[in-house]
Design a binder for this molecule. Structure first.
Ligand code: 1GP
Length: 241
């Protein structure tokens, strides 16, 4: 069964653009969650991602259970670590940090996760994760101890994404990093789009409807936004249904 993934493919076939709102369990306070979700449910958001670079054990589980009572949107784990896996979510992005060369994020964390996932019904979606430089160090870079790919080496980014597809990844995520100064630029999105045929996710540093629509036009199927909503919930008003 792969309901969430199949629904993503179906939406893309009908040319629907997808928007995931990223909620970091470390930053979201439960007492403001209901107001936040009220706005989110009225927006064009189609998915909720839950995850962060540094999240205490159990907080993710508590947050996902609370979210389940407040929305019918699919909740997908976007974990910074194995400790963020909870069966309460609908699916898990099983991330391979293919831009980096740290074996922890290419296989070791996955082996740790396997012992949890073999007894779980969580839908697991293999996802190639490509970190691209954006002008400042991001927490992904710091936590994973990997270098982002230079943004002017587009050919290498394209080849990396294509290699990920050949290795069997079901989604490809181009990441500028949370709070990035510059989002992934449209030329990179467009070049990757032309070479891969799996759904393309783009995130990091997108703070305006204009940046959102430029990324869609360049070929992103799903866009992930976290910081812009965290810093100013009225951003939801600009993205009302
Ligand atoms: C981070 O791509 C996501 O992993 C979202 O980034 O917080 O900058 O929107 P922002």
């Amino acid at each position: 069964m792969s309901t969430i993934y199949n629904n993503i493919l179906t939406s893309i076939k009908s040319q629907e653009k997808l928007l995931a709102v990223l909620i970091d369990p470390d930053k979201m306070k439960l007492d403001v969650l209901s107001g936040f979700m009220g706005k989110l449910n009225k927006s064009i958001a189609t998915h909720i991602f839950v995850g962060g670079s540094e999240v205490n054990r159990d907080i993710t589980h508590i947050l996902v259970r609370a979210l389940k009572k407040m929305t019918t949107l699919p909740i997908i784990l976007f974990p910074g670590d194995v400790t963020q896996i909870t069966n309460s979510a609908d699916a898990l992005l099983f991330l391979s940090l293919i831009s980096g060369r740290n074996p922890d994020y290419l296989i070791d964390k996955h082996i740790q996760a396997a012992s949890i996932l073999k007894d779980s019904e969580l839908e697991v979606i293999p996802t190639g994760y490509v970190l691209i430089e954006n002008g400042k160090e991001t927490s992904v870079q710091r936590v994973t101890q990997t270098q982002p790919m230079p943004r002017n080496d587009i050919q290498k980014i394209v080849n990396t994404a294509y290699a990920g597809q050949l290795l069997g990844q079901k989604l490809m995520y181009l990441e500028a990093g949370s709070g990035a100064t510059n989002p992934v630029n449209v030329e990179i999105i467009s070049e990757v789009r032309q070479v891969i045929n799996i759904p393309l996710i783009v995130g990091g540093g997108i703070k305006s409807p204009r940046q959102l629509s430029e990324a869609y036009q360049a070929g992103a199927d799903m866009i992930v936004i976290g910081t812009a909503f965290e810093e100013n919930e009225s951003f939801f008003l600009l993205l009302k249904k």
